[in-house]
Design a protein around this ligand. Structure first.
Ligand SMILES: [Ca+2]
Ligand SMILES: [Ca+2]
Length: 608
């Protein structure tokens, strides 16, 4: 009986919340009525769920009480979602889009995708997806809205989308898991969350679903190994295929390859333009040369490069990819990728868990980033992704280094003037890396080149507290099927980047230039963009290791703040990284050094 009174109390709380939520808008009677109707519906559902759970145990009821409140939040979000009701939200077939070709190609992808055999019991059910907020046509969250009507048609079920600002994502998700609340069945997460998941046993392995006849089949072999490693811990799969992040360099091929500009460069700088941009030192010269010149001919001075350097705007990823060749050295035996105390390491000493983040190589790289940040508009210190990309897409910056999104956004004529003028290559290296074993900078004949999988590679995992894990996995697997994943990758606004054999050209994969052209790409741009991504994943001798130990997201957030202190001129590069070092030592101690050391060694493949 006590249990029931708790439930009733919970429901009273909701009713009170609903009442107060409705309170502030007295004149709009019609709108109010609509909202109340929907919420009453949900309320009834909740009562049903709770009654079933009550038979089990008291703790469940307590948990449910929290859920009940969360449920209200979800309802509010769903009501606010303009998805089908939004005036002006055009639908073509099952797709919220106004682009005929988009709807046509998406329908073809849906038809070609394996759809398993959806369980009839799923009809009428709903689950919740937590994702970083970028809106209905924004990166990573956009595809969830785009495919929802098709999912509903397939399964008779649906899902709510809860968008969380990037800066709050870790805290919201980890709090939900820590408290066992289960607000999110599926989490579209950053790959650096895994350490905390594994340490706390917060997510479900996917392997048991692979032979379930209800579930769509997706191709795990197709994923570039460097990214596939981020979807697993050891040999166990936790993530379903979705996004494949790496940073590459994009530039204005038409300007850099223009003989007149090359002659002007030689006259001003005193040597030929290092067009290949094999090193950051070469790239800096070119960015500095073009910065402030009117190379686009509209009468105003233009930018040498554009970067997203805002705190909390994923800016530290620029430093991550830039710094790798200054820090990460290959093993000088076989294989080059072997991890030792001094080789193929970037984050911590794998014997002592001492942060390496303020090593001389890291400091030199940060000085390079500070120099580069002066070869573009000072406004970019406050820019996040979209603003930085827009400067390149609108034809005002010679170059940027960033994710695959840029290569595909260039193809969108509504926001890009660069289509047909795109140059791209893998991230540059340097001839002057720091050798931690020798304790000195090297002066190499050939630059040290280090590939990366910098970024989140956003992808779904299943919460241990999911209420509808099977249905949640169905969605994950369906989105991971080659036709749907490849469709998402080919459209820039989705934020999902290439990384599978069906995205790559021969000899790495099966895609053709014609396919990309049919999707609206310029043929040369497709070769440049996909080519640079392939190079990163298959032609670089070594990779920057990925930080995925417990505490990684927190470490990177703090690092981001200190990097910004340096870039904005508040402190020196050394000071910014010394501060990062101190914070990381503290976080390592908080988690427990021995435990972290073991997981760190595991995560980078170091054998003591
Ligand atoms: Ca101009
Ligand atoms: Ca991405």
């Amino acid at each position: 009986m006590k249990r029931f009174s708790t439930i009733i109390l919970g429901l009273l709380v909701i009713t009170a919340m609903l009442a107060s939520a409705c309170a502030p808008a007295p004149p709009e009677t019609i709108v109010k009525t609509v909202i109340v109707e929907k919420e009453v519906e949900k309320e009834v559902k909740v009562v049903e769920t709770v009654e079933v759970e009550v038979e089990k145990e008291v703790e469940v009821v307590v948990t449910k009480e929290v859920e009940v409140e969360k449920e209200v939040e979800v309802v509010v979000t769903a009501t606010a979602e303009p998805e089908p009701e939004e005036p002006g939200q055009e639908m073509i077939g099952n797709f919220p889009t106004s682009d005929e070709n988009e709807a046509k190609t998406a329908q073809a992808a849906a038809d070609a995708a394996d759809m398993g055999s959806p369980d009839p019991d799923w009809a009428g059910k709903s689950f919740t997806i937590g994702v970083y907020s970028a809106g209905q046509r924004g990166a990573v969250s956009g595809p969830l809205y785009f495919w929802r009507p098709t999912f509903e048609q397939l399964t008779g079920a649906t899902y709510d989308i809860v968008e969380i600002p990037y800066g709050e994502l870790r805290e919201k998700i980890f709090t939900d898991l820590m408290t066992g609340t289960g607000s999110y069945d599926v989490i579209i997460n950053c790959s650096n969350f895994y350490g905390d998941y594994i340490l706390n046993d917060w997510i479900l392995p996917l392997d048991p679903y692979f032979d379930d006849p209800r579930m769509p089949q997706w191709d795990r072999e197709s994923i570039a190994p460097a990214v596939a490693a981020l979807y697993k811990w050891g040999d166990t799969w936790y993530g379903a295929n979705n996004d494949h992040d790496a940073q590459v360099l994009y530039y204005r091929k038409d300007i850099i390859e223009d003989p007149d500009w090359q002659a002007a460069f030689e006259e001003e700088v005193g040597h030929p333009m290092p067009v290949a941009m094999d090193t950051w030192e070469d790239l800096l010269e070119i960015a500095q040369f073009f910065n402030g010149k009117d190379w686009n001919g509209d009468g105003d001075p233009d930018d040498g490069l554009t970067l997203h350097l805002k705190v909390g705007g994923q800016g530290f990823n620029h430093f991550m990819s830039l710094s790798a060749p200054y820090v990460v050295l290959p093993y000088d035996g076989d294989p080059a990728t072997k991890v030792t105390k001094y080789n193929n390491v970037y984050w911590f000493d794998p014997e002592t868990m001492e942060p390496l983040i303020n090593s001389p190589g890291h400091v030199k790289a940060l000085e390079m980033l500070m120099d580069l940040s002066k070869a573009g508009p000072s406004a970019m210190w406050g820019w996040s992704l979209g603003e930085a990309w827009a400067d390149f897409l609108s034809g005002n910056a010679i170059m940027t280094f960033s994710w695959g999104d840029v290569g595909s956004l260039v193809q969108d004529p509504t926001q890009s003037v660069v289509q047909g003028k795109l140059g791209a290559r893998g991230i540059p290296g340097t001839n002057f890396p720091y050798d931690m074993e020798a304790g000195e900078f090297l002066d190499l004949d050939e630059p040290n080149m280090v590939g990366n999988q910098v970024g989140c590679s956003w992808h779904p995992v299943l919460s241990k507290y999911a209420k509808e894990p099977d249905l949640g996995y169905y969605f994950m697997a369906w989105q991971a099927t080659p036709p749907i994943n490849h469709w998402n990758v080919a459209y820039g606004w989705t934020g999902l980047d290439p990384g599978t054999t069906y995205d790559w050209f021969e000899p790495y994969g099966t895609a053709t230039v014609e396919e990309y052209v049919a999707g609206g790409y310029n043929a040369d741009d497709a070769l440049q963009f996909i080519g640079s991504y392939q190079d990163n994943f298959f032609n670089y001798p070594i990779f920057q290791p990925y930080l995925r130990i417990p505490g990684a997201p927190e470490m990177e957030e703090i690092w981001d703040v200190h990097l910004s202190e340096a870039v904005t001129g508040q402190v020196s590069a050394q000071e910014a990284l010394d501060r990062t070092y101190d914070d990381w030592v503290r976080i390592v101690d908080d988690y427990g050094k021995d435990e972290l050391l073991k997981l760190y060694q595991e995560s980078i493949g170091y054998t003591p």
